[in-house]
Design a protein around this ligand. Structure first.
Ligand code: MOS
Length: 721
């Protein structure tokens, strides 16, 4: 089934947040700091206030009042203008509202700021000496963990007893969210109700944050986001322009539109922290792991608002080993804030771990796929609950055949001026569900509707809701309308954590089952067309005694316009019975130019075990997108900071991401084993796993081609000279 929203998107009919316009609307412009650490001493705003069309100039000296909200999903979310502290270069410090966008921007340029500057710590290397224990990590897991076999006194002893040890340090660059739709909002305050049009990963979460920040009742806030132009963690928390536009709309009693500029998106929102990771692997000569140690340090912001939990994944998902030690430290820096980004933890963590596995394969002179096969786990290390469904070996078998892995000739393949290499890596991502509620309606006009407040940030959720509803109601998809992205709809989970299909899909199945039960009961009630008879349902009809009625005809006969049921689902007892994860095998071929040393990816293949795939088109697109994100991490993306903390490449000229010419055809295959132990739909989610392992597969291919092991990403020409 093709993506339902595609025609709206490619014709420009889809209305994103800032596409909404209202009579009397004013425009806000965000002003950002120009130092990385210090206190704002003074702000001369007189010229800005006197500039044409200016309606308000807000700053820490004359703020819009906001209270930092704290949600269980995110922790505390920072709100702008509430004090004079500057923690990074590019932090929102003022907001100018005017009659037009240009007037607001011009007035913003007239603000003169003086700072009492403090020395800034802006590099992870520099901060390592003062690393701290993290407050907590995503999922509530341990920040350090030691699992030792009986009779083993310490992890060091386990390494001492290992015939083969590889022990190396890897690093990954900081990255920043750069969605096509910049963080932005249109806020309308009318009759005591606030409506905010703003791309987010869950409208009900945005309502909770805005209501708490503005001290409003949650029932007085309405968030609308039917279309979201990219998110992947960057639009979980409410953005500065959304808080500021909402607060200004209330003060000025006019609709306010505000958007970050492209450059501001790179600092005034949040990104993925840089990491340093030491991975030690001890193995028998047959490849079986004896010991695994993964120590990580990640950058974070001064508020320590996010931990990129790279070691954490190693303890939950990867290899069978009797002796495991992980640790996670954080390094607060005067750099832009950090947050969730596609496979937080697993993406950079898998670069280190899967590079190390490749190094171990080289040390053992063993095929890297065989090494992984020998160490495949039946459960997370130290956990009694086995994987509900795991077909990783099959992913590698299919992948190796399809990719021509047996043609790999380390260091020996030369084609013209190019040396060619192949690399592989494992991908894993935990399967999670969040609570979700969905409303399913049958209408007397023979149509059905499925509705939830959850978001479709381009993932395909809208289409998938439609498909699961149609299937659950035994109707043709054309008869079903799906609605999402509006907080007035039932609270529909969060488009994050690769959870939306499993969470909302399960709720749809529960609602549809109940809806059919109620329809059948209605049909057989006294006075109903099939009173007292045994009634069944199929294909949109009720049947009794060889007679049939469509559900629409039945509702009409009963004088009803519709029949409505809400269904809810949440993680439950299954969590006490199994461990849940998706798995994949990543393959990549690279060419390195003999003279220029540029690296080109020439082929990629990912074979994924993610349970049932509801929609092959949108699932494939998610996985392709993830794999391309991995190419970006491996060869392109890095935030480059000056020593004073200014981001040197905060635009699309300097912040490199792959373009079409960098990406060959991307091949994606699924093995489909519905995981009904995890949820009734059998789907485990595909949003994040595509990026996991890909950077390592590329680095491993670079080694295969050149014999040069690069232990940091992105890999650049100068690394291969
Ligand atoms: Mo994602 S990083 O779970 O939005």
């Amino acid at each position: 089934m093709p993506r339902l929203d595609a025609p709206l998107k490619v014709t420009g009919a889809a209305k994103y947040g800032v596409d909404h316009n209202f009579p009397g609307m004013a425009y806000g412009y965000v002003v950002v700091s120009t130092v990385a650490n210090g206190e704002i001493e003074g702000m001369d705003v007189e010229a800005a206030k006197a500039a044409p069309g200016v309606l308000g100039v807000y700053s820490p000296f004359d703020p819009l009042v906001l209270t930092a909200p704290t949600l269980a999903a995110f922790g505390e979310t920072w709100v702008p203008l509430q004090n004079k502290e500057v923690d990074y270069h590019g932090q929102p410090i003022a907001f100018v509202v005017a009659e037009t966008f240009e007037q607001a921007r011009d007035a913003a340029a007239l603000i003169d700021v003086t700072y009492r500057e403090r020395p800034a710590v802006t590099s992870l290397q520099e901060g390592l000496a003062t690393a701290e224990d993290p407050p907590a990590v995503r999922g509530g897991g341990p920040t350090s963990l030691d699992v030792l076999a009986d009779g083993v006194a310490s992890i060091e002893d386990a390494f001492a007893a290992s015939p083969v040890v590889v022990d190396n340090t890897y690093s990954t660059a900081g990255q920043h969210h750069a969605p096509m739709e910049p963080h932005s909002a249109v806020a309308v305050w009318e009759s005591g109700e606030l409506t905010v049009y703003s791309g987010s990963q869950g409208s009900h979460l945005q309502v909770a944050e805005l209501a708490d920040a503005l001290r409003l009742d949650r029932s007085a806030v309405h968030s609308v986001n039917p279309f979201v132009g990219g998110a992947f963690g960057g639009k979980g928390r409410t953005s500065a322009p959304a808080f500021l536009a909402a607060a200004a709309a209330m003060v000025l009693e006019r609709p306010v539109k505000a958007s970050l500029t492209r450059e501001q998106v790179f600092t005034a929102t949040a990104g993925r922290a840089a990491t340093v990771q030491r991975v030690s692997l001890g193995a028998h000569r047959n490849g079986m792991l004896v010991a695994l140690r993964h120590d990580s340090w990640c950058a974070t912001d001064v508020d320590r608002s996010f931990v990129e939990p790279t070691s954490h994944g190693t303890s939950r998902e990867w290899y069978a080993t009797e002796n495991l030690s992980i640790s996670q430290k954080i390094v607060p820096l005067n750099l832009p804030r950090t947050t969730f980004m596609r496979a937080p933890g697993e993406a950079p963590g898998s670069f280190a771990l899967e590079s190390a596995m490749d190094e171990l394969a080289v040390a053992l002179d063993m095929d890297p796929i065989e090494l992984r096969r020998r160490n495949s786990s039946v459960a997370p290390p130290g956990v009694d609950l086995q994987w509900s469904s795991k077909h990783l070996d099959e992913c590698f078998e299919i992948g190796a055949r399809r990719f021509g892995w047996n043609r790999r000739r380390p260091g020996e393949r030369v084609e013209g001026d190019w040396v060619v290499g192949m690399g592989t890596a494992t991908a894993m991502f935990p399967a999670i569900r969040f609570p979700a509620t969905v409303r399913v309606t049958l209408h007397a006009d023979e149509t059905a509707e499925v509705a939830t407040s959850g978001a479709d940030p381009g993932t395909g959720l809208l289409t998938v809701l439609n498909q699961i509803a149609a299937e659950s109601l035994d109707l043709a998809p054309e008869r079903v309308t799906a609605k999402l992205g509006d907080s007035n709809l039932p609270p529909g989970g969060l488009s994050g954590g690769s959870t939306a299909t499993a969470s909302t899909g399960t709720a749809i199945m529960i609602a549809a089952t109940q809806l059919i039960d109620e329809l059948v009961a209605l049909a057989s009630e006294p006075g109903a067309p099939f009173a007292g008879k045994e009634v069944t349902y199929a294909d949109g009809k009720v049947f009794a005694d060889g007679q049939e009625l469509t559900f629409g005809a039945l509702l009409r006969e009963l004088g009803r316009e519709s029949l409505v049921v809400s269904g809810s689902s949440a993680p439950g007892e299954e969590m006490t019975k199994h461990s849940f994860s998706s798995f994949g095998a990543q393959f990549c071929e690279v060419r390195v130019h003999r003279l220029t040393r540029e690296v080109r990816v020439s082929r990629m293949l990912g074979v994924f075990d993610a349970g049932r795939i509801i929609n092959e088109q949108t699932a494939r697109s998610q996985l392709m997108g993830g794999m391309i994100w991995g190419v970006s991490a491996a060869l392109h993306e890095a935030m480059e900071f000056e020593a004073d903390g200014r981001l040197a490449n905060g635009d699309f000229a300097g912040y490199l991401i792959p373009v079409n010419a960098d990406i060959p055809e991307v091949d994606v295959e699924f093995v489909q084993y519905p995981d009904t132990l995890h949820n009734a739909v059998g789907a485990r989610g595909v949003g994040e796993i595509g990026v996991v392992g890909m950077a390592a597969a590329i680095a491993n291919a670079v080694y295969d081609a050149t014999g040069i092991r690069v232990r940091h990403i992105p890999i650049r020409i100068e690394d291969l000279l």
